[in-house]
Write a protein that binds this ligand. Structure first.
Ligand code: F6P
Length: 550
């Protein structure tokens, strides 16, 4: 069975939402709160250790019920079933989309092409567990018999962003291994990482689903050459002690020189940007131990069950996705900002950029037709409070409407209550300021207390007024743990899925990335031959300019 292919703009709900938007677009949230003293309670959901308050949004109960109607009319329910059951919903690549199978229970059964994939998933998990334990207890050693002290993950895109985000986020749970990430093809980046490493005690994990990505293969090759050059006596067989791979392409990984036993398989039904739950997360397991890695998976599995079984009006990913659609398609917002109030989550928005923008940055619908409405938002952000001193000015007083997700944890991991109280006061205060703004009357009173002339007051007053009415979702989680992080990541994964279904696009391919790769290959060939033709004038100038300087 394929995914529903319903143009959202053809639904009754969409038409009603358009009319309803006319009556909502000027409404200030302050009035919505004033009209309904119970608004905050009604528009907050508590689930496990999550408290999600979506009351500070420019919507009413009617908006929500129309959005739920939209989800029903585009057959979201059917799509969710297809997603979890292993149907080939990535139709443009003829693949199932089963990152959820990577965190499912052992007694589940999910089939792709009539074959249950769960036993294989658990076999590979066992391989990850055994390998992790051997590295951590020192029984697997480097070529001079020393235990490993450092791991380098070599990968890019989904083979880098997920693992590196999780390793940073769970730094508190890290063991003695130092974890490094090499992703960019920038040779300076590679050299900066390897210059600090001792080849005798470093393990390299080459992560590439396809094992054909230029950046990863070039970086792995450079590092392999560096390793062999450091290893006096240069023994090719030492490679097998220090290089492992994660890939669907066992043949190419072996050809690179990696021992068959050191290749961790993944499957083509795991999308790169959804792969951290698979052996792509090997560097996570190595960094925080297999037990913690399992807890991350458990958290995601709990969110999967919530998403799959809960009615839409209590379903966190569905609600957050629909709110995003409301702003994107009716208020015509362009971006969404993600602001975690935790420095541990400093890579979270960069991670979501890929998972969301590579998934939903599409302009052809599931019927093959050009789309006439907006699809994926631009995702960006930085942790608070740093971001308050960087880009919050524009959110508060700029001309653009930017919906924001605030993410915070009640407990600090190191238990510094004073800092935590200050951090979370900022989180809450910002959502309040974005909602309420600062009226002319309040500004006037403040200025009058300052002993200024009337002329001076009138001059300065307009600059100090904040309209407010800026939307936020507050995602409050008890504590940052592997399990709660797993839930949070899965929450956004499913939000992306729901939005893709509503927008009638294919969220699991990424053909837009291919053209640049092809052209870079052509240009590189021409650079080698020093012969350039068939380019536009600007490209030609750039090529000549670069060539003349090198
Ligand atoms: O950026 C395109 C992309 O295909 C991503 O989807 C993927 O995560 C990344 O490249 C890396 O691919 P691979 O794991 O095959 O090296």
């Amino acid at each position: 069975m394929s995914l529903p292919k319903i143009d959202p703009t053809s639904t009754n709900a969409w038409k009603k939402l358009q009319e309803h938007f006319q009556s909502m677009k000027q409404v200030h949230m302050k009035n919505l709160f004033a009209q309904d003293p119970n608004r905050a309670n009604k528009l907050t959901l508590e689930w496990e250790d999550f408290y999600v308050d979506f009351s500070k949004n420019r919507l009413s109960e009617e908006t929500l019920s129309l959005l739920f109607q939209l989800a029903k009319e585009v057959n979201l329910e059917v799509a969710i079933k297809s997603y979890f059951s292993g149907e080939k919903i990535n139709e443009t690549e003829n693949r199932a989309v089963l990152h959820t199978a990577l965190r499912t229970k052992k007694n589940d059964s999910i089939s792709v092409d009539n074959e249950d994939v769960v036993p294989e998933v658990f076999e590979v998990k066992k391989q990850i567990e055994v390998f992790t334990n051997q590295i951590l207890n020192g029984s697997r050693k480097g070529y001079t018999g020393k235990p490993f002290t450092d791991i380098v993950n070599i990968g890019i895109g989904g083979s880098d962003l997920g693992p590196s985000m999780v390793v940073s986020s769970l730094e508190f749970y890290k063991n003695h291994l130092n974890t490094h990430f090499v992703s960019n093809i920038d040779g300076d980046h590679v050299n900066e990482v390897i210059k600090k490493l001792n080849p005798e005690t470093t393990l390299f994990v080459v992560v590439s689903k396809t094992f054909s990505t230029q950046e990863t293969l070039t970086n792995a090759q450079t590092i392999k050459e560096w390793f062999l050059s450091k290893n006096f006596g240069t023994k090719q067989q030492d490679i097998s002690k220090h290089f492992v791979a994660v890939s669907t392409n066992i043949k190419k990984a072996k050809h690179f020189g990696i021992n068959q036993d050191n290749i961790f398989p993944i499957w083509n039904w795991v999308g790169g940007r959804y792969s951290l739950w698979s052996a792509v997360g090997l560097s996570i397991s190595l960094s925080i131990g297999f037990e913690n890695f399992s807890k991350l998976l458990l958290g995601a599995n709990k969110m999967d069950t919530h998403f799959k079984t809960e009615s839409f009006d209590k379903n966190l990913p569905v609600i957050l996705a629909l709110i995003g659609v409301w702003y994107n398609n009716f208020f015509k917002t362009e971006t969404e900002v993600i602001v975690p109030y935790s420095q541990y989550l400093n890579k979270f928005s960069a991670y979501l950029q890929q998972s969301s923008m590579e998934s939903n940055g599409k302009s052809v619908d599931r019927n093959g037709k050009a789309i006439t409405y907006q699809t994926g938002s631009v995702i960006w952000g930085q942790p608070g409070t740093n971001s308050q001193h960087a880009f919050f000015q524009l959110i508060h007083q700029g001309t653009k409407l930017i919906p924001a997700d605030f993410i915070g944890f009640s407990k600090s991991l190191h238990g510094n209550k004073e800092h935590q109280d200050k951090l979370i006061s900022n989180f809450i205060a910002q959502t309040e300021a974005l909602l309420s703004g600062k009226t002319k009357e309040v500004v006037l009173k403040e200025l009058q207390k300052q002993n200024l002339s009337t002329e001076e007051i009138n001059r300065i007053l307009p600059y100090k007024v904040f309209d407010g009415n800026k939307p936020t979702n507050s995602i409050f989680i008890n504590k940052l743990t592997p399990e709660s992080l797993g839930k949070l990541i899965a929450l956004y994964e499913h939000k992306i899925f729901v939005q893709g279904i509503i927008w009638n696009i294919y969220s699991f391919d990424q053909f837009g990335v291919e053209l640049g790769k092809q052209l870079a290959g052509n240009i590189l060939e021409k650079m080698k031959k020093n012969s350039f033709n068939n380019h536009d004038a600007s490209t030609l100038n750039l090529l000549h300019y670069y060539k003349n300087l090198t």
